[in-house]
Design a protein around this ligand. Structure first.
Ligand code: SAH
Length: 413
């Protein structure tokens, strides 16, 4: 066998076929999920395996033979991956494979194997495999670039993409354009029509192909119908015209996003709907500001509340007395305006006035900032710091955990 020649690429169809992985360490851990993803009947032979592989054994996705390699392990195998940390064992396995004419990948010295594992990507119904000449970093970089090109349409022309009509609810995440999911971004790039909110990550809209119709919800004309009815009407109408419509929102469409009303409207009209969740701001915005919404030994709950109505409002559906009696984190959304009244209700119900508060404005955006306060002085702080929406207000001891210096143990700042 000569290593001077390049490899001959081939797409192996391994579904239901026995693949033997000898070794249970980190290399095996990287290969096994890829084999599971293509439906292979994966057998791992190793006295020990990593916890991740053990998890896959527990869920029945791989078979683990908890022992050292035996020659007859090869029986019936279509493909072998020899990744033990013992070179002699790998030598032995690849020699057996050579004799049996079974292709064998080697981790310790790729040139001694009869097959190489490519950097794998899947996008737009294609499998991309890049086989590097012993330069794995370069292969993964090239793979990433190809996948990104397919995803943003700069590689395959847009009309090659297959589009099925319907509505896709895409959660765009808290604002940073890189915090959308891969699936969400893909749906966006495949849309014929994008109906976008003010809080949806705007920068992503700049990447849309030129022929995509962009409907800005803030500019929708309103006649006799309310804005939400108008949105429902537009998405249903476009989908019925045979278009692929993305309803693009900040965070997650179901967290104060009226996403389900849109689903109901689509269902009524017989329009198929797909849901792509987004990173929701009540968790991700405190997170990016370094504030955990839960912390072991500090809080066993967090409650997400819309503060768009004050506590005494007849239409308020929030039980502030109950919330005040609870001990956990309160994450207040849409609450800048009503924060002082909400804080007063929480204090009246029993939360200490010194309870730490963090107001995170413009989370994940270049203008992000955190204003610290307490329940007692939140109104003054909002005014002094000129806090404006969008902001997430985190109330509770987790704020002290994140900012121990700002909040001395005495519960006063
Ligand atoms: N569907 C969205 C929330 C919509 S309600 C989600 O899942 O995140 C709008 C409120 O979300 C704002 O008033 C603010 O409280 C919060 N919010 C959304 N994005 C934010 C951000 N980047 N920074 C701070 N608050 C944000």
């Amino acid at each position: 066998m000569s290593s001077d020649f390049p490899p001959y690429p081939s797409g192996l169809r391994l579904a239901g076929r026995r693949v033997l992985v000898v070794g249970g360490g980190n290399v095996a851990q990287r290969r096994v999920p890829q084999l599971i993803a293509v439906g292979a009947d994966v057998h791992v032979v190793s006295p020990v395996v990593t916890p991740a592989i053990e998890g896959l054994v527990g869920s029945g996705e791989v078979t683990w033979h908890e022992r050292v390699f035996a020659d007859d392990d090869l029986d019936g195998a279509w493909y072998v991956i020899a990744v033990t940390d013992d070179r002699a064992v790998n030598d032995h396995i690849s020699a057996l494979c050579e004799a049996a004419r079974v292709f064998c990948v080697r981790s310790d010295d790729a040139t001694l194997g009869t097959a190489w594992t490519p950097a794998i990507g899947r996008e737009a119904g294609l499998t991309i495999a890049v086989v590097g000449n012993r330069d794995p970093r370069r292969s993964t970089t090239v793979r990433d670039e190809i996948v990104a090109g397919l995803r943003d349409g700069s590689i395959a022309a847009p009309h090659h993409r297959e589009r099925t009509p319907g509505v896709v609810l895409v959660g765009g995440g808290p604002g940073d354009p890189e915090l959308i999911s891969i699936k969400g971004r893909k749906a966006l790039m495949e849309a014929d029509v994008v109906v976008a909110d003010r809080l949806a990550p705007r920068e992503l809209l700049g990447d849309l192909p030129a022929d995509v119709e962009l409907v800005d919800v803030a500019k929708l004309p309103r006649g006799r119908s309310a804005l939400q009815e108008e949105i429902n009407r537009v998405i249903v109408e476009r989908a019925l015209e045979g278009k692929r419509v993305v309803r693009f929102k900040g965070g997650d469409n179901f967290v104060f996003g009226r996403g389900f009303e849109e689903i109901e409207a689509c269902r009524e009209a017989g329009v198929p709907v797909t849901i792509i969740p987004g990173l929701t701001s009540p968790v991700s915005v405190p997170g990016i500001a370094g504030i955990p919404v839960t912390h072991r030994g500090v809080t066993h709950e967090f409650t997400v509340v819309s503060g768009h109505l004050p506590p005494d409002h007849p239409e308020s559906l929030v039980n502030y007395e109950a919330l005040a009696r609870m001990q956990g984190t309160v994450v207040l959304m849409m609450g800048v305006e009503n924060a002082p009244r909400i804080a007063a209700a929480l204090i009246a119900g029993g939360r200490p006035a010194g309870t730490p508060v963090a107001i995170v404005c413009d989370g994940t955006m270049p203008t992000q900032r955190t204003v610290l306060a307490t329940l007692g002085d939140i109104g003054e702080r909002i005014e002094a710091e000129d806090v404006r929406p969008p902001a997430i207000i985190v109330i509770g001891e987790v704020v002290r955990v994140a900012h121990p210096q700002a909040f001395a143990a005495s519960s006063t700042r």
